[in-house]
Structures are given as C-alpha cells and as structure tokens.
Design a protein around this ligand. Sequence first.
Ligand code: TYM
Length: 343
Amino acid sequence: MAFKELVFSGVQPTGNLHLGNYLGAIVKFVELQDSHDCIYCVVDMHAITQAHDPNQLIANIREVTAAFIACGIDPKKHIVFNQSQVAEHAELAWVFNCVARIGWLNRMTQFKEKAGKDRENASIGLYDYPVLMAADILVYRATHVPVGEDQKQHLELSRDIAQKFNNDFAESIAAHGFGEGFFPLPEPLIQGPATRVMSLRDGTKKMSKSDASDYSRINLSDDADAIAQKVRKAKTDPEPLPSELPGLDKRPEATNLVGIYAALSGATKDQVLAEFGGGQFSQFKASLVDLAVAKLGPIGAEMKKLSADHAYIDSVLRDGSARARAIAAPNMKAVKEIVGFLS
Ligand code: TYM
C-alpha cells in the first residue's frame, strides 16, 4: 500500500534545549515544512520517565513550543502540540507493548545509558520509552521522521514494530480493507553535517541536556555573550585546521567545531575547510562566534519573548492537539478493529 508522505518528530521538554537539538533536528523540521505536511510534538509523556518537577515540566513544555516557533515552525500550516493531550498515543503504545518483544527492548543502548548502573530502579516507562515513541509516529501513520543520529536505533525499533503488526494481523488488516499493511515503515531522516553534535568540552561525548557543565553546550536560550564565551572556551587541539577532510581524523574537537560551522552556515565540511584550512583555531573560533551569534541570538530572544506569552503558547498547543487528535482518532479506531476489540 502506498502511504501519503507525512513527517512526524518530537522533542522532550526536559530543559536546556541546545545546539544539538537545533542542528540535529529542529533545523530539519523547519526545512521539511516546504515539502511536506508536518506534525511536531512536545513529548511530555516521555519527559516523566525520569524524576521531574511538575512546575518545571510545564515551563519546559512552553519553552520547547516557543523554540519550535522561534526557529521558524509555522503552527498554523503544520501541527504543533503536546503528546499528553492526544490520548491515542498512550492507547496505541499499549497495543504495541503486546507486539514488541522484550528481547528487542533489551538491546536499546539509550536505556542502558540512561538507567546506568542502577537498572533495577529505573522506571518501567524509561524501559518502554521506545515503544511509546513508535506509537507517537505510527498513530499518524507518518512516513518520515527527522531526528539526530542518537535516535537511529529507536527508529529501527519503530519499523520492526510496524512490520510485526502488519504481519501478525495481515488477515484482519486485509479483511478490514487496508490492503497489505496498515502501518508504513517510517523512514529516519538523519542528514547533514551535524547529526551528532558533540560536547564543547569533550569531542568524544554527545552534547546533552544533562551534562553537568553548562560550558559543554550552547543552549538555545543563551545570549550573545554566553554563546561567545562558550565557543571561545571550547576545547581544541594545538594543530592548525587542515585543508581537507582526512586531516580531521582522530581530531574529535576540531571535527565537531567544523561540523557546527558547516551546519550553521549551510555549507559542507569540505567547503569550511577550504575556507579556513591552514589557519589557527583562534581565527576560526572568532568567525564561529560571529556566525553562531548571528544565527542563534535572534532565536534565543524570540524564544524568551514567546515563552512568557502563556496565553499564546497554550492556544497554539490546544489548537494543535485538536488537529492531531482528528488524525489519530480514526487510525486508532481502525487499530482496535484490526486487533479484534468490540466497540
Ligand atoms: P530529545 O528530546 O532527546 O532530542 C530531540 C532531537 O534532538 C536530537 N539530538 C541531537 N542531534 C544531534 N546532536 C546532538 N547532540 C543531539 N542531541 C539530541 C535528537 O536526535 C532528537 O531528534 N526520543 C526523542 C523524542 C521523541 C521522538 C518521538 C522523536 C519521542 N517520540 C517520535 C521522533 C519521533 C528524544 O528523546 O529526543
């Protein structure tokens, strides 16, 4: 069966939205608006899989929504909403819990990283996180999912769940007139020079919301001074920049900064090296500061302004939730019929 192309992606409202979220995901969200119908979700149910402060969660939900809009997502043409307002996500996740296998979840590396040594004490929600993620995407029968590199394994699991559901219920799916398969196998879109932005303090570690050092990341809410300071203090090595890509081998910090520059300027890493190769890091960093401040400064300012306008942000989410529900509800109704629930 041919599925209509539809983009879905989500961002957790867990605070400290950073340059990795922006370059790895949100920039792509913005680009895809021109070619596709898009649904962008603030995944608040994923955000409670680890300990959280309810007041902070509300503020973070508004902040991610504000960031989406400040970065250029149009909530009128596309859909922006928060996950908890569309009950079908949780409903489909339950059905998928009965499709996914424990062995599949046991292979998820992000659970192992997040649960750490005290795995017995992790929430079941944290373990089940990727199944809810599959439900997020598939409750809309979305076909394309822009994400950073760290979500690749979760996207593969979503495809496995969709495939197994289609196989397990093949007869019922056909009997209900849905042809060969009810769910598309969603395609990850992981592209560009910054699919994995690394920490500014350690080029071998991913830039992350939870890093104890604020100097490890550029937050989208940082002002020009903070951005400049963090870029200037970013770890580098003593060698000048190479003129060609192979010269970046085994130089994680240099690779990271060149990737960030490339992504922010819309160039390739080759083009960046052609321009800065042979020069000192200090010169390159000065240009990176100018570029980062020019690109991110206005976003941070707009985000702050919008985050404070609760009435506007809440109305965007309410409107988006209603439109999301209108797509999810008939799909969920069909799933219930396919699995044999009497309605
Ligand atoms: P989250 O909130 O951790 O991150 C949001 C997006 O940012 C990307 N990202 C990065 N990209 C490049 N470099 C980095 N250092 C970096 N850090 C984060 C992530 O890959 C992601 O695309 N599980 C998801 C949220 C989610 C979701 C979904 C995504 C829930 N349901 C359905 C897609 C489809 C997450 O935790 O993202």
